[in-house]
Design a protein around this ligand. Sequence first.
Ligand SMILES: [Zn+2]
Ligand SMILES: [Zn+2]
Length: 351
Amino acid sequence: MNSFDVVDWGKPLQMAVRDIPEPTGTEVLIKVQYCGVCHSDVHIRDGYFDLGGGKRFHMSDRGMKTPVTMGHEPLGIVMKAGPGAGEIPLNKVRLVYPWTGCGECARCAEGQDNWCAKPQYIGIQRAGGYGQYLLVPHPKYLIDIGDIDPAYAPILACSGLTTYSAVRKLMPCKPNDWIVVLGAGGLGLMAIAMLKALGHENIAVVDISEDKFAAAMEMGATVAVNPGKPDAQETLAALEGGVVGAVDLVGMTQTAELARAVLRKGGRYVVVGLFGGEIEVSLVTLAQRAMTLQGSYVGSLQELREVVELARSGKLAPIPVAVCKPEQISETLDKLKSGDIVGRVVARMDG
Ligand SMILES: [Zn+2]
Ligand SMILES: [Zn+2]
């Protein structure tokens, strides 16, 4: 089989030829059909995330060792299972939940693998979908996508799940309470689609690039604000009834400060984006404004099942997806890094 691997941090992926892995224990072998090419792979390939204030989070400190096959949005055909996997249907197309944990701790036992202290994520610590085959540690991580387009389904496992879990943290709120979506890129559009799918009506989108506004409005945003304009903060703060929640898909100092400034009392700020930045928070203000600052990282296995259900129900508006070849994954990451991609890219691994 071929795989496209990170060999040296920050360098282009290299093709490797290796044996098809043999499933043992509860493992399941998947022949990859499609794998989403995600913006976070740009950082993972570099080997670090910028934490702001000159600090970095190194992938090598989190159990990631090179050479490694990235790709955490895989979908493929069930080929074979280890003796401990039980009876599972073969030759079926399944979406893979990639945020797998150690499988032994309390978080993993309750299905909150994404909060495991010893993550074994597919495409990060474990080999992922930028290869023709991969091993999934247990059949419970495989989800039936029904009649969802298999070229679209991969993005549900990462951007879909991430935005769903984040906007759910703003609930409960009334459908006409104002929610601010910071960032109108791929994740921002997905967050708007999720809010709409959950029946939400009043969504304000914020982005410095106004050419992204048309797509955001089409997806269901009702107000678009450029934070570079002097009246941006005023416009948001003046929304009727106040802003009850803000979901930040950028995660920089400026977006956090804007959100904090415009939230009404009792408002919630959920940060998802990993751009990198810091804010200083007055504890007195936090208490007096009864504000919630919350982080959200991907989502649980159950949440992914709910996202797939939403997509199968037809309530979730699809995001534009372009398909690339496996040999183009590396240059796609370069384009994601330079911001030259609209929507999402999915690699066709068996074409
Ligand atoms: Zn991703
Ligand atoms: Zn665990």
